[in-house]
Design a protein around this ligand. Structure first.
Ligand SMILES: Nc1nc2c(c(=O)[nH]1)N=C([C@H](O)[C@@H](O)CO)CN2
Length: 118
């Protein structure tokens, strides 16, 4: 089974950064996520309750990342991945977290993590 639900360029404004000035502002983070999910039952029944609801996943990420301050993007990425696996029963995922404003000379910087089997 290789089915995946994906989310591209989910933007959230977060209190994120290691410097004092960064904790006084909000900065944009962008999530790109692929989540392993067997879509067979949802496809056969056409019922929302059997799918991995990408809208619910997005709402959860927005609430979680806006709920508290973070220093490192590593912490955001790993915590969100662990929360998604536990809350939604996702066996495997790939999560890319971008902080596009962090380095003026770079178009983008960030982290990519994988958990479970993909
Ligand atoms: N690997 C990381 N490197 C850096 C991080 C980070 O979260 N992970 N953060 C910063 C600063 O907060 C930076 O974004 C300010 O411009 C530096 N390096």
């Amino acid at each position: 089974m290789k089915d995946r639900i994906f989310i591209e360029e989910l933007s959230v404004f977060a209190q994120i950064g290691v410097y004092d000035w960064e904790q006084k502002i909000k900065q944009k983070l962008i999530f790109d996520i692929e989540m392993l999910w067997d879509c067979g039952l949802a496809a056969r029944t056409d019922e929302l309750k059997y799918c991995l609801n990408y809208a619910e996943v997005c709402d959860f990420i927005l609430d979680y990342v806006q709920s508290k301050p973070f220093l490192l993007i590593e912490r955001v990425a790993v915590e969100v991945a662990e929360q998604l696996q536990a809350k939604f029963g996702i066996q495997g995922l790939r999560l890319k977290l971008s902080k596009p404003g962090a380095v003026a000379q770079a178009r983008n910087v960030g982290i990519i993590i994988e958990r479970g089997t993909l």
